[in-house]
Ligand binder design. Structure first.
Ligand code: ARG
Length: 248
């Protein structure tokens, strides 16, 4: 009996020390959720996740005297992970939308993107977004490209893929007629897969921001850090490193 109680006590103490390590004092590790399939914002280089968002996250977390741990997941899993508190924040070229604002808290916007249409180079039938009526459109599931095209062209015309590149490959193989996705990744994908082009037409500009669990104390701290990084030029340095001139 005594032995049993002693064992239980040891177990509880072990648990308590684990909890203490994850505590909220400074020096703590912040877990960032992302979907590392979206160059130049977040993608794999070997087994490392790199990109503009990653460097900005590192600079912010560094300023706060904390450590960064990145957790890769599919894009549509990010908001649920944040809501469940399984990550401290998310950076994934995530657009601020009204619906998402009811689910998470956002930082100030740190970058802008636009939705563009990718089609096959030898497809002369699609020249403006209006030509997409009745065509089959590939998107990354849960993205604004998904939301926008389902709304504009009807759910029945949308094919959803876990990763953006999978939609682009489906386009290259002819199983969808077009892909709607953010402009910077679109340029990266089109450079990597031959035979594709981007329509010159653009939709609305979207604001990218960092997402947090609602009520997180980190929002103000991150906003202040972003302002500082902008003021001292670090922010621009990071942008220049990842985004060449002439994407358009
Ligand atoms: N900006 C778009 C959105 O918020 C697409 C983001 C996709 N991000 C990613 N890492 N795959 O829905």
């Amino acid at each position: 009996m005594k032995k049993k109680i002693a064992c239980i006590l040891v177990a509880i103490m072990a648990l308590a020390s684990l909890v203490a390590c994850g505590g909220s004092a400074s020096g703590e590790t912040l877990v960032m959720a992302t979907s590392a399939d979206f160059p130049p914002f977040q993608y794999y280089e070997g087994d490392q996740i790199v990109g503009l968002d990653v460097d900005i996250a590192k600079a912010i977390v560094d300023k706060l005297g904390m450590e960064l741990e990145i957790e890769d997941m599919s894009f549509d899993a990010i908001i649920p992970a944040i809501q469940a508190g399984r990550a401290d924040f998310a950076m994934a070229a995530m657009t601020v939308t009204e619906e998402r604002m009811t689910q998470v808290d956002f930082s100030v916007s740190y970058y802008t993107g636009r939705q563009v249409v990718i089609v096959s180079e030898d497809n002369s039938d699609i020249n403006t977004p209006d030509d997409l009526e009745g065509m089959s459109i590939g998107v990354q599931i849960g993205t604004t490209g998904d939301i926008l095209s389902s709304w504009e062209f009807g759910d029945e015309n949308i094919q959803r893929f876990t990763r953006g590149m999978e939609a682009v490959q489906a386009l290259a193989q002819g199983s969808v007629d077009a892909v709607i996705i953010d402009d910077y990744p679109a340029h990266e994908f089109v450079n990597a897969v031959s035979g594709l082009r981007i329509l010159p037409a653009e939709w609305l500009e979207e604001d990218y921001a960092i997402a947090f669990p609602q009520g997180s104390e980190l929002v103000d701290k991150f906003n202040a850090a972003i302002e500082e990084l902008k003021a001292n030029g670090t922010f621009q340095e990071i942008v220049d490193r990842h985004i060449g001139t002439g994407t358009d």
